[in-house]
Write a protein that binds this ligand. Sequence first.
Ligand code: SF4
Length: 268
Amino acid sequence: MEDYLKSDCKNCFALCCVALPYAKSADFPFDKDDGEPCRNLCSNNQCSIHNKLRSEGFRGCVSYECFGAGQHVSQVIFEGQDWRDNPEQSKIMFTVFPLVQQLYEMLWYISQALSLKETISLHPDLQLVYENTLAFTKKTPDEIINLDIASHRSIVNDLLLKTSELFRKDFIHNGTNSKKGKDCIGARLKGTHLQGRNFRGLLLIAADLRNADLRKVDFIGADLRDADISGADLTDCLFLTQSQVNSTKGNVHTRLPSYLIKPKHWLN
Ligand code: SF4
């Protein structure tokens, strides 16, 4: 994965901690409006509770991922001008950030699709849409605000669906392996063989996936909060992000794709 598709908080003005709203829930202990700095944000753009986010009730922060949009908006689009020093710019910066985050998220998925040998027939189309998406991130703030991101996402989504089908084709049987739209909250799937399943957008909150075989599973958009993947095998799975992994329970025996790391809370 390209380095610019990884978040680099040191070069970001903590945009996710200011620009985005959150609501009191299982993921956040209080409400915050968009554009309002989080009360835990320090003047040096560091989080005062960074090492205890989960225990303090900020699970939403642990499972958030900007895919590199934060440093791009901070250092490239706004040329290193902190919102604190440029309050007249802050509103447009906070509007642009979530839009660029969506574009970077698309780049991350397309990049993974391009890395697969199974999708070689799609590579010209994937490459073209990657370049178009990248070009959008280089536009001016006003141009970004006026982009039709929903239409572009639809084009990207179509290619990611084709990617998934090609990648999992040895495991697709009459469409019965798609659980799209079904609710698997708290599902008991311990030790099951789920290789090549389509978990696209699936709610797997608090599911028991201990020791499950999850190789070649498509995890795009799956909600894995508090799912237990201790001892599960997720090598060679598709579209699994670090933020999804951060929201799970796991242990030293969980096998992840090489581009992901085991969260610290798994080891405590
Ligand atoms: S709790 Fe920390 S990481 Fe979460 S929004 Fe606030 S400052 Fe940012």
